[in-house]
Design a binder for this molecule. Structure first.
Ligand SMILES: Cc1cc2nc3c(=O)[nH]c(=O)nc-3n(C[C@H](O)[C@H](O)[C@H](O)COP(=O)(O)OP(=O)(O)OC[C@H]3O[C@@H](n4cnc5c(N)ncnc54)[C@H](O)[C@@H]3O)c2cc1C
Length: 410
């Protein structure tokens, strides 16, 4: 299948990969609409990609060795223990952890660099809505400047997608009931770095949550320390968000935007629930390096509707415990490229994509819920666990063994 006009809404990881898939699949004209005006490369937080998923995405041409990474090898589980456990806390056990970590900004910059010049990238242009064609022969993208009629609209516009809203209006992200505090800072600020090996990922657990800590590249030859702390705030705590969490789902807060109550709760977790080393590490984060992401998940009923296609977080958001959100988005793109290459008509290509990705997306959302339950909502008695108990518990939580992403079948 060759030719056609494609509009991509969103120019983040899924959007850049979608443009690349459409180009390699033979589309004639591709436009990417990105609401943000040029700030994407500044995002300095981490994400992790399983080595096996990396190998598949490398061979498919969506990731490569030019994108700076840090290789992790082991995941060590620590818990606070008042006894003589040392500053890192008591090590419950450890597991192999073959993941590469990335810094979002440099990863995006490289991916954006792979998008050929013939693709029109329109930063600073928000799409207001998408009008699906009742005959299913095309669709229209509407911006403040006017509208464009295309053969296919790809919604890569994240979890509050206007493209999804246009075709599946009733599907809304559901708040999972807990929050992720996130931070990243230069590694030279790390207290006693020799206590924590560069190839180790720490899972520091406590009743009702955990913090994950690993190093990421800083994009200029050094490292940053990246952490994500998941827990539910006490239900009676006024977080200063102006909403009652029991009634209204919260939104993300940008770096420097945490309320006093949210900062105070983080301080409480550092002081009372984390071993001293990890509490100090989180406290070393400056307010402008600290932000908040409430946990959501959902599954769109399908990945396509007529000539509208969803990709990445616009289609499904799996809770980040899966360690595979970016992988899922990049896999979406590789499957779309193959579908374009093998199909002879638009409906055939879209059906092939839809069948594969609807199943894959739902499986990752399920896994995210299971892991969220085990790691945050109903945590086990960490202090009484040993290596064997930890392995048995993890096996149950992971279930299908899809942590880090499902294998890509092309
Ligand atoms: C706490 C946390 C930790 C994570 N850790 C990992 C990890 O370790 N490994 C991993 O693989 N993944 C991880 N993820 C998930 C991963 O970051 C995302 O799944 C992935 O980046 C895919 O994003 P996306 O491109 O679909 O959406 P987004 O990155 O949300 O991009 C959507 C883009 O669309 C633009 N946009 C939105 N609306 C419009 C509009 N109307 N018009 C034009 N543009 C618009 C936005 O500006 C944005 O640039 C994590 C996520 C979280 C929250």
């Amino acid at each position: 299948m060759r030719g056609g006009k494609v509009a991509v809404v969103g120019g983040s990881i899924a959007g850049c990969a979608a443009a690349l898939a459409a180009y390699r699949g033979g589309a004639d004209e591709i436009t990417v609409y990105e609401r943000a005006a040029g700030r994407l490369a500044d995002r300095g937080v981490g994400l992790a990609v399983h080595n096996s998923r990396y190998a598949e995405l490398d061979s498919a041409g969506y990731l490569d060795a030019d994108m700076p990474w840090v290789q992790l090898e082991r995941r060590r589980w620590y818990v606070r223990d008042g006894s003589a456990a040392g500053p890192l806390g008591h090590e419950i056990g450890s597991m192999p952890f073959p993941f590469r970590t990335y810094n979002w900004g440099p990863l995006w910059r490289e991916l954006r660099g792979h998008v050929p010049d013939c693709v029109t990238f329109r930063p600073g242009v928000a799409v207001d809505t998408v009008r699906a064609d009742p005959e299913e022969a095309g669709a229209e993208v509407v911006t403040a400047d006017g509208s464009e009629r295309v053969d296919l609209v790809i919604g890569a516009d994240g979890y509050r997608s206007v493209v999804r809203e246009a075709v599946f209006a009733s599907v809304r992200p559901a708040y999972a009931g807990y929050l992720a505090w996130r931070g990243a800072f230069p590694a030279d600020r790390l207290p006693e770095p020799e206590l924590w090996a560069p190839q180790d990922c720490a899972y520091v657990v406590f009743p009702g949550g955990h913090v994950i800590v690993y190093r990421i590249p800083d994009g200029v030859g050094g490292h940053r320390v990246n952490w994500v702390l998941y827990t539910a705030p006490p239900p009676d705590l006024d977080l200063g968000l102006g909403v009652d969490l029991r009634l209204t789902a919260p939104t993300s807060l940008p770096p420097g935007g945490l309320t006093r109550a949210l900062t105070a709760h983080l301080t409480y977790v550092c002081d009372a629930l984390l071993p001293p080393y990890w509490g100090d590490l989180v406290r070393a984060t400056a307010p402008e390096e600290l932000f908040l992401q409430p946990m959501y998940d959902y599954t769109a009923p399908r990945y396509t509707s007529g000539r509208v296609l969803l990709m990445g977080d616009a289609a499904t958001v799996a809770r980040p415990h899966t360690g595979a959100g970016a992988v899922k988005a990049l896999q979406d793109a590789t499957v779309l490229e193959s579908a374009f290459a093998t199909a002879t008509t638009w409906p055939d290509a879209l059906d092939t994509y839809d069948t594969d990705r609807t199943i894959a997306g739902a499986a990752m959302v399920d896994l995210g819920r299971r892991l969220g339950h085990a790691l945050v909502e109903e945590t086990p008695p960490w202090r009484s666990m040993d290596q064997t108990a930890l392995e048995t518990w993890w096996k149950q939580a992971d279930g299908s063994g899809a942590f880090g992403g499902r294998e890509l079948r092309r």
